[in-house]
Design a protein around this ligand. Sequence first.
Ligand SMILES: [Zn+2]
Length: 320
Amino acid sequence: MIWRIAAAVIALALVYAAGESAWRALTRHAAPVPASSPSAPAVALNPSPLNPSPPNQTPLPASAAPAPCPSAPAFAAAARQNAASLETAVWSVFGRPETGWEIYEPLVAHEIGVVCAAQADGFAQALAIWQNAHGLPLTGVMDAPTLKALNLVWLRRRPFVAASGHGVCPPPPAPDHLAWAARDEGYSGKPIQLRPAALAAYRALVAAARAEVPAAAADRRLLTVFSGYRDPVSDAANCARDGNCGTTAKANCSAHRTGLAMDVYLGAAPGYPPESSADPNRLYQSRSAAYRWLAANAERFGFAGYPFEPWHWEWTGEAP
Ligand SMILES: [Zn+2]
C-alpha cells in the first residue's frame, strides 16, 4: 500500500514537472492493462471501441503530434539501462526469442507520447508515466512486462485480432466489395485488391507520407503494397505449398482475408526479401524514415500495425 501511494505521488510530481505533454501521455491511454496478461491473440480482447480513428480517410488534427523530448535528469539511470537493453535484452515477448527491442522503439515512443530516442532520459520518464497509468511498477526501464503490456494495447487496436481472438474468423468480403488498386500502387506493379474505403485511406496515407518524408517522395516504391486482399482458400494452399504458413492462425485465418490488411514495401536489408521476418530485416525496416513516419502517423489515417511485422498494417475503419 505504501509503495502504491508513493508511486502515485511520484507520478503526479512527474506529471507536474513534465507539463502538458506528460499529462496527455498519462491520460491518453487510461485503461489499465494487467501486467500479467498473456500476449494475445489467445487472450480475450474487448471488442468494444477499438478504432480510435473515424471510419473514413480524413486524418485527425495535427494536435495529436507528440511533444519534443523533455529533459528529465531524475531518469538518467533508467535511461542508461534502456540504452543497454535496447540491443541486448533477451526475451520472447512476441512469441519467439528476440534480442533487444530497437525494432519496437518507434512504436513505443509514439505510444508514450514523446519524440525521444530510447536512450534519452525523457524517454524513460515518459515510459514511467505510461507504466504507472497501466498498473506497472513505475521504473522508466523497459522490461518484458512493459513490452507485453504495450503489445496488448497494440493488439487491442486491431479489430481483426479481437474477432479472431474470440474464435470467429471473419468471412472474406464479396468480390464486388473489393476494389483494384492502381498499377503503380502495387509493388512492382503487382495487382492488389482492397476494400474501397481501405484503399481510399491508404491513398491519403501515402500522399501525406510523400509530402512529409523526403525518402518516401524520392523512392516511389516505398509504401507500395506487396500484399492486400488474399483469397482464404488459395492463401492456405499457397502457404502450405511454400511451407511458410507460420502459425496455425496464419494458415487458417489471415488478416489478409478481410480486404483491410496490407503489406507495404519498406525496403529490405541486403539479402532479404521485403517480407522476411528475420531480425536483421525487421531492424533495417524499423530504422527507415518511412517506417518511423508510419509508427507516428498511420493512426491518424485509421491504420493499426502489427508490431512484429513492420510492413503489415490494417485499416480499422470498417469491421473485419
Ligand atoms: Zn500482412
